[in-house]
Design a protein around this ligand. Structure first.
Ligand code: PLP
Length: 397
């Protein structure tokens, strides 16, 4: 057993698979383990470190803010928070923002928003339509919105009222609507679920259905959001207009922060006392997010995600042609790509890691590639070369 693993397992609860390596440092597109081995990071901490590791400007801004004020609670107005809400609204649309600490918490806030919407008018509507294969987090509400038994098993009873419909099958969603339905919640690209992309026409159709039936159209942009797919938020490509959106992961560039944006029409559903958090939207978290937004703008990371995503897609498509028995399909957009494999991805993830590339699995035998948006063309080529070499070693049983 590796030296670190025994200690790891002695002190940490066993809710994650035993880790193969111990990571101690990161810079740009690379991570280093405690043995000094360097890895090209195509995970970005699962779509979090979109600026790469320790971006100098982000580091400086976070350091500076800790010297001024790290935390003061939501008892007071926080200028960095107000300014961040204003910046997010300018990228999304007229509306208001509520801050929290994670993706699951952002989705919990969306679920609570839908509860309040369901109490407007006659009766009480609580049903939420969600997509099969979706993932919305591990807290009990967000877990209830997540279909896979892999995550749910052992935690029932969960919240009732979530109806699972086929992604991109508008009629499946339409047929599921009844007098108790209050909202629809979907991801623009399913990350954990295997890189299934919601089509533009599907999202536009959901918007229309929501308007017709007075439902809230809720988008979970926790993984696909924050410039990764070649738009600030993944749904924006479709032109659809959600009523509320969950964000987290890449928003803080490695510092925990989550947020929901809610359109003006529904922003007043939350009133004093409806919801709250001790840490959400702290000066430090918001400063980290400001640095992320600054760098996205200054380094044109949205168009970079498009351009470099194109390069990565071309490369993996070439590999799919070279290894047709091993790669069955390539899905995704921008720098959020998935390779559907002919076997579970764990073995390939391990070969890649030995060869110096970090990638992550997803459902449906999918290998997920989530490089930082600051990655260079040369680093993408290097990653593709490691993938090529590793696919040769990857044997199907
Ligand atoms: N929503 C989506 C789409 C996610 O991919 C995730 C995490 O992977 C979450 C929600 C949960 O976010 P967190 O792990 O920050 O609670």
């Amino acid at each position: 057993m590796m030296d670190f693993l025994q200690k790891h397992q002695s002190f940490l609860m066993g809710n994650y698979a035993p880790p193969a390596i111990e990571i101690v440092r990161g810079k740009g597109s690379h991570l280093w383990d405690s043995q000094g081995k360097q890895y090209l990071d195509f995970t970005s901490g699962i779509a979090v470190t979109n600026l790469g590791h320790s971006h100098p400007k982000w580091v400086k801004q976070v350091q500076k803010q800790t010297e001024v004020l790290a935390h003061c609670s939501n008892l007071y107005s926080i200028p960095e928070q107000v300014r961040l809400a204003e910046r997010l609204a300018s990228k999304i649309g007229s509306g208001k923002v509520l801050f929290c600490n994670s993706g699951a918490e952002a989705n919990e806030a969306l679920i609570k928003l839908s509860r309040l919407h369901g109490q407007c008018g006659q009766g009480k509507r609580t049903k939420i339509l969600v997509a099969k294969n979706g993932f919305h987090g591990r807290t009990l509400g967000a877990l209830s919105a997540t279909e896979s038994s892999k995550y749910r098993s052992g935690f029932e009873p969960l919240l009732s009222g979530f109806v699972f419909c086929e992604l991109n099958q508008l009629s499946d969603f339409e047929n599921a609507i009844d007098e108790e339905t209050v909202a629809v919640l979907v991801e623009s690209i399913q990350g954990e679920g295997g890189l299934h992309v919601a089509s533009d026409s599907f999202l536009l159709g959901i918007e229309k259905l929501c308007k017709q039936h007075n439902l809230l159209f809720l988008m979970d942009e926790v993984q696909a959001g924050i410039a990764r797919t070649g738009e600030f938020l993944g749904y924006q490509k479709s032109g659809a207009q959600p009523d509320a959106i969950a964000m987290a992961k890449g928003l803080g560039g490695g510092f925990p922060i989550g947020a929901i944006w809610v359109s003006e029409a529904y922003a007043s559903l939350f009133v004093p006392g409806s919801h709250g958090t001790t840490f959400g939207g702290s000066p430090l978290a918001c400063s980290a997010a400001h640095a992320v937004l600054d760098i996205i703008e200054e380094e044109n990371l949205i168009s970079r995600a498009c351009e470099l995503g194109g390069q990565l897609l071309e490369g993996v498509q070439r590999l799919a042609e070279k290894f047709p028995q091993k790669i069955l399909e390539v899905r995704g957009r921008g720098l959020m790509l998935g390779l559907q494999l002919a076997a579970e991805p764990a073995e390939l993830v391990s070969i890649l890691r030995n060869n110096g590339l970090l990638a992550v699995g997803a459902a449906g035998q999918t290998l997920r590639l989530l490089p930082p948006l600051t990655i260079s063309k040369e680093e993408i080529e290097k990653g593709l070369a490691i993938l090529d070499e590793s696919l040769i070693q990857f044997e199907l049983n």
